[in-house]
Design a protein. Structure first.
Length: 311
């Protein structure tokens, strides 16, 4: 039997000062899956999530969460939806553990707050007020508050922002458990590697609309020819113009500048490609310090779709 998506967004429009920051956006998210909503700053992803959470009212289009309108049916949805806002959204004068236990008492079958606090490392700052927590500590507390009620749908806006590697690991393990328990998880993140690792579905948003969607393998296959594609990252000891290398390799490859003095060559990379690349760099009197050869990544796809210039 066909099951309706846990979240359905059709033709969503939201304007600020007459400008549409979300413009005809369509999005679905299924139960038991992690849906990552990716996009540059200002693309409209946070506004979209806020409309799904009932924090903003659409100017046009429809939004349904578990079949209900998140604004008109907010009271009915509240017990079934967990929300982690980008800025935490927590009262600053409350102690961390008191905050978690207060929220837990609002639900009929909350998670064990002691166990949840232990796995997210809240014990070290349990008696500290929210205003005195670090950014990463606030994020961990906000995540605990979002999931303590065993939500059927959970919205996580930049859940691992400001966290150290150990905290991020704990967050993504918890996200996978929510998914495996049947919850629909909708998250935004700028961390492409983590989105690639945890997401079952990805929607790329730019200029207020979804410009690509699919599973991670489907997105990684975009623009790849039958020979497949890999990315050769060449680290050098000097600044190099990517246009010169692109001319040498031909139009079967794209060459882009990466951070520092490295270049990324994407295409059907073969031993001859490596030889041609290092040979051209030698002609420019540029030393290659090391090479990295890997497959196309979600970050590569994201940059292909949304561009590489700052906004």
């Amino acid at each position: 039997m066909h099951r309706s998506p846990a979240v359905e967004v059709h033709g969503l429009v939201k304007r600020y000062d007459g400008r549409a920051v979300v413009d005809g956006l369509d999005l679905t998210a299924d139960a038991g899956r992690v849906t990552a909503v990716l996009g540059p700053n200002g693309a409209g992803k946070t506004t979209t999530v806020e409309c799904c959470e009932g924090l903003r009212s659409p100017d046009a289009g429809t939004v349904r969460v578990l079949g209900l309108d998140p604004v008109a049916d907010a009271a009915a949805l509240r017990p079934a939806v967990g929300v982690m806002l980008q800025d935490g959204g927590l009262p600053t004068g409350v102690r961390a553990q008191e905050m978690l236990e207060h929220v837990a008492r609002m639900y009929a079958r909350p998670l064990d707050t002691g166990q949840l606090a232990e796995r997210l490392g809240l014990g070290a700052f349990a008696r500290t007020t929210v205003r005195r927590l670090s950014g990463g500590q606030r994020q961990r507390l906000a995540l605990a508050v979002a999931v303590v009620g065993r939500p059927r749908v959970v919205f996580l806006d930049e859940p691992s922002a400001g966290m150290d590697p150990q905290s991020r690991l704990a967050v993504w393990e918890l996200v996978r458990e929510l998914r495996d328990g049947g919850a629909a998880v909708i998250l935004t993140t700028h961390l492409m590697e983590e989105a690639e690792d945890v997401a079952d579905q990805v929607a790329v948003v730019d200029h207020g609309t979804v410009i690509a969607r699919g599973t991670v393998p489907q997105l990684l296959a975009m623009g790849v020819d039958r020979d497949g594609a890999a990315t050769l990252v060449v680290h050098t000891d000097g600044d190099v113009d990517p246009a010169g290398l692109a001319e040498r390799l031909g139009d079967r490859f794209t060459v882009e500048r990466r951070s520092g003095t490295s270049l990324a060559v994407t295409g059907a990379v073969a031993p001859g490609t490596v030889a041609a690349t290092t040979g051209w760099l030698a002609e420019q009197d540029v030393l290659v310090t090391h090479l990295d050869l890997g497959r196309r990544t979600l970050e590569d796809v994201f940059l292909d779709l949304t561009g590489r210039s700052l906004r």
